[in-house]
Design a binder for this molecule. Structure first.
Ligand SMILES: Cc1cc2nc3c(=O)[nH]c(=O)nc-3n(C[C@H](O)[C@H](O)[C@H](O)COP(=O)(O)OP(=O)(O)OC[C@H]3O[C@@H](n4cnc5c(N)ncnc54)[C@H](O)[C@@H]3O)c2cc1C
Length: 411
């Protein structure tokens, strides 16, 4: 009998398992994959997410992996351009984008070191449920026989298509349709730093350096252009980079070598899911999933894995009824993530609304607000502060934005 079983052992699963084991609980984490292994993710981690890794004693391992630091960010939306970097957050003055083969292994190893029993290559097929309460899991390791494990609580950290969520029938709310598709791969021969560049014609390229001297290059377009793009992805990547910034297009053509296959994906819908019930909870993409445009999936996975570990500890230690503790977890997560979710779902279809156009256009003309913009992106400045009508009124006045363009609210 375990105190906690965690299904899924990547960024949210290993984190919550590790943190609960560090509090002295007997924790089992299972994953149907083995580590190290890759998953579809462009693995940009904001300073706010890196600060969680630092707190947990794991940031040094990311740095030691040879993943290069990034200290300058280039954002553009058509003719709006923002260059700079956020102030340090908890002393962290750089961004790192480690490959998931690297990051997820660091986390799984961290969980094991904390005492978590980890079973890789174990697929959960069923939950053990009696009297409406989840009491454990049933599954199999590789082609092996069915095994059953029991625990006080089962945490689904098993991604957007969560088996745990499906088995308990967790409701979905606040959905918003996925807008785009992505193609990305890893290239040698270029060194572009961090680029997040959205061009006319609703198309984007993004790039950042990662492990092994490679740069990730990703392109995005609206979903309805996926079929055409698939016919010639290399040509499509070149066409987008050429269109958004010809200088980088030339470098891609002349110097870059694609070293790995493309990872294509049509983005699924954005959603929140009810994330607690009798004997179960959800964390990471299982409970709250959004478009990768703002690169907040991993950072939020860390943040809310930590929050969930604290609430589960309250429930298991008896300092608070488990249901109340888990309800608080969900409410806090929803409240704290609402701004990121709203921003992500509003700008991820590669076309700025008049409101965001005026905010970002004005911010790009003010060094102070450019800095604040990067603070917002990095997780150092709350959205409520940056987007407050008073703050925006000051910004518009400072840069003399024409009165007709001064949108103070997104409504
Ligand atoms: C194209 C793309 C680009 C992205 N880029 C970024 C980015 O740059 N920055 C960022 O922060 N976020 C990014 N994200 C989002 C980020 O990858 C996710 O938010 C994050 O991976 C969620 O982590 P997780 O641990 O909750 O789930 P996952 O990473 O999905 O892991 C779930 C795990 O559960 C296991 N599992 C599933 N079902 C079972 C089962 N039945 N039994 C056992 N194991 C099971 C799986 O094997 C898997 O290992 C991107 C996402 C996509 C799709």
């Amino acid at each position: 009998m375990y105190d906690v079983i965690v299904v899924g052992a990547r960024v949210s699963g290993s984190s919550v398992a590790m943190l609960l084991a560090r509090k002295g609980y007997r924790v089992l984490a299972v994953d149907r994959t083995t580590f190290p292994s890759d998953t579809v993710s462009t693995h940009y981690i904001h300073q706010a997410g890196l600060s969680r890794l630092q707190d947990w004693g794991l940031l040094d391992k990311v740095i030691e992996s040879g993943c290069p630091p990034i200290r300058h960010l280039n954002f553009s939306y058509t003719d709006i351009s923002l260059d700079g970097f956020a102030d340090p957050i908890d002393g962290i003055d750089a961004v790192y984008c480690p490959r998931r083969t690297v990051l997820d292994s660091i986390l799984v190893d961290g969980a094991r070191e904390a005492g978590v029993e980890v079973i890789e290559n174990f697929t959960v097929d069923e939950l053990v449920i009696s009297d409406g309460v989840v009491r454990g899991i049933r599954g199999h390791e590789g082609d092996g026989p069915e095994q059953e494990f029991r625990s006080s609580i089962v945490i689904g950290a098993d991604g957007a298509n969560s088996t745990v969520a499906n088995k308990v029938g967790a409701d979905i709310y606040r959905t918003s349709p996925g807008g785009c598709f992505i193609y990305y791969s890893y290239y040698s021969g270029i060194d572009w730093g961090m680029q997040h560049r959205t061009g006319f014609g609703e198309q984007q390229f993004a790039s950042w350096p990662t492990n092994d001297g490679l740069s990730l290059v990703a392109v995005m377009r609206k979903r309805d252009r996926f079929r055409d793009f698939r016919a010639d992805p290399d040509g499509g990547v070149q066409e987008i980079v050429d269109a958004v910034d010809p200088k980088y297009g030339e470098e891609l053509r002349d110097s870059a070598v694609r070293e790995e296959p493309f990872r294509p994906m049509l983005y699924p819908d954005n959603f929140y899911r009810r994330s607690f019930g009798p004997g179960w909870a959800l964390v990471g993409d299982a409970g709250y999933h959004k478009d990768p445009f703002t690169g907040w999936g991993i950072t939020d996975s860390f943040k809310y894995a930590e929050l969930l570990s604290e609430r589960v500890h309250e429930g298991l230690s008896g300092s608070r009824p488990m249901t109340a503790a888990l309800e608080d977890y969900q409410n806090t997560r929803d409240e704290q993530s609402a701004g990121t979710y709203e921003l992500t779902t509003s700008i991820s279809d590669l076309k700025l609304t008049p409101y965001y156009d005026s905010v970002f256009r004005a911010a790009s003309k003010s060094p102070e607000y450019t800095k604040k913009f990067f603070g917002l992106i990095a997780g150092g400045i709350p959205g409520e502060e940056f987007f407050s009508p008073a703050n925006l009124a000051d910004l518009y006045a400072e840069v003399n934005l024409p009165h007709g363009d001064r949108h103070l609210t997104s409504a």
